[in-house]
Design a protein around this ligand. Structure first.
Ligand SMILES: [Ca+2]
Length: 458
């Protein structure tokens, strides 16, 4: 090993130690393997706790909770052209899927590579989709096979957001991303409340007589491959894949915002249109960007962690790089390396509890978990209460990032605050007056997994 390599290794080891102590130590828990080029995982939000896995070739598989063997939910491979950046790329379940069974897919069409947004519905079997397709929107993408985008997700406004790439090649030769009359290089937003069709929300920035395509929500993107919405703040986070130098994360995505491509790559002037770089106020700069060091070359946008298992501090944005295999975190100020993997990270995904998954294009999906098991204690663990009722508080002791909830097990005790919590915190409760028989009643609440016992005299 040469001296320079040794120095780099030492520096890397030091950096990793510092970094991991700053945020969290994570590991990957294998969930499923043997998949064919998985590019996404998500959930239906229907309380079933199933995972739905998108395979690039044109299949969606469903994984039951606790199972390691998915079954076929939908097969549309005959409609899909799949290689390189093309394929079945995105999936989103309707916010009311549990009652209407509607879901949406994003793929590149066989024959001409056109981007298709289509609607499907579940069959009478909850684990099998009805194969009848209703095409909602097509976007011509004839010239190049790269930069198709591919993300679909519903926003907190219940509109369907769509991430579309710039049409491909390099440096966006037709300047699509800055052209508000084409749907390439954009985040689109459509209303799919009526089955089998869509409309553009009148609040979209170029709606109606305003020049520009009605479907556009924001523009100036190169290849917004993956994006997500923070469940707590509602803010949209986009990982926009860069050209040859910089990968970027954009947030918040605002109505009518121009995020800079092809004038800017990350926060840097591309010199594609050098005169425009002298008016930086015309563009919204990324919240973070990183250069192509350490084998990094293509960002895979992720999620703001809001799970309750304490895998990471709540509010941490988790993302990665497809080429380096690194899982990265952004705490609002600093980018930290969480874990360096050998995976080609095609996507991240979320289950119904907000726990995060890493999708390896090589064929597997893993869950992000903490390396440190969370332990909890409460104080007091028991109380004796007067007949008039009232309230009180229970202190929870837990390590930073360890999430917990509090629930009452009897109707006369109500948890009034503090839940869900993370790390050290306080749960508050209220107790109803007691005038009945016998002389005492006993009840419990479960706080941070511990039993809180209350005895009340009449
Ligand atoms: Ca218009």
């Amino acid at each position: 090993m040469r001296i320079a390599q040794i120095m780099r290794s030492v520096a890397a080891a030091l950096f990793f130690c510092l970094a991991s102590s700053l945020v969290a130590a994570i590991q990957l828990l294998p969930v499923v393997s043997g998949l064919s080029s998985p590019v996404f995982v998500t959930n239906a939000g229907d309380g079933s706790n199933r995972l739905f896995i998108v395979e690039q070739g044109g299949t969606i598989r469903v994984l039951q909770p606790g199972s390691t063997t998915p079954s076929l939910f939908l097969d549309i491979h005959t409609k899909v052209v799949a290689s390189g950046e093309q394929g079945l790329l995105g999936l989103a379940f309707h916010p009311e899927y549990s009652t209407n069974g509607r879901f949406f897919v994003y793929y590149t069409r066989t024959g001409d590579g056109t981007i298709v947004i289509a609607e499907y519905q579940v069959s009478t079997d909850p684990n099998v989709a009805n194969p009848t397709e209703k095409v909602l929107l097509t976007i011509p993408h004839p010239t190049n096979t790269n930069h198709n985008g591919g993300m679909l997700a519903f926003g907190p406004d219940n509109y369907l957001y769509i991430g579309v790439g710039d049409g491909g090649s390099a440096n966006d030769p037709p300047n699509n991303a800055q052209n508000v009359n084409v749907l390439l290089g954009k985040i689109l937003r459509i209303d799919v409340s009526a089955p089998g069709t869509y409309s553009s929300p009148p609040t979209n920035p170029f709606f109606g007589a305003t020049p520009g395509a009605d479907e556009i929500f924001a523009y100036g993107f190169r290849n917004p491959w993956r994006f997500s919405f923070d469940h707590v703040t509602g803010v949209q986070w986009v990982g926009d894949v860069g050209q040859g130098a910089r990968e970027e994360v954009d947030m918040p995505i605002v109505n009518g915002g121009n995020y800079g491509w092809r004038v800017l790559e990350g926060s840097a002037c591309t010199n594609n249109d050098p005169a425009l770089c002298s008016s930086p106020q015309n563009y919204i700069f990324p919240i973070l960007d990183y250069t192509h060091l350490n084998g990094r070359c293509s960002i895979t946008g992720g999620y703001v962690y809001r799970g309750s298992q304490g895998a990471l501090p709540g509010g941490t944005y988790v993302y990665g790089d497809y080429c380096s295999g690194e899982i990265l975190a952004w705490d609002g100020t600093t980018q930290t390396l969480l874990l360096d993997t050998a995976s080609n990270i095609s996507s991240f995904g979320e289950d119904e509890q907000g726990e995060l998954y890493v999708v390896d294009l090589g064929g597997s999906i893993s869950r992000i978990v903490s390396t440190v098991p969370c332990t909890y204690a409460i104080s007091p663990a028991s109380v004796t209460l007067p007949s008039g009722g009232g309230g009180g508080s229970v202190a929870v002791t837990a390590a930073t990032g360890c999430g917990w909830t509090a629930t009452s097990n009897v109707p006369w005790i109500t948890i009034t605050g503090g839940t869900p919590g993370s790390g050290a915190g306080t749960a508050t409760y209220a107790v109803a007056p007691y005038t009945g028989h016998p002389k005492y009643r006993n009840g419990t609440a479960t706080i941070a997994g511990q039993t809180f016992s209350a005895k009340q005299s009449k």
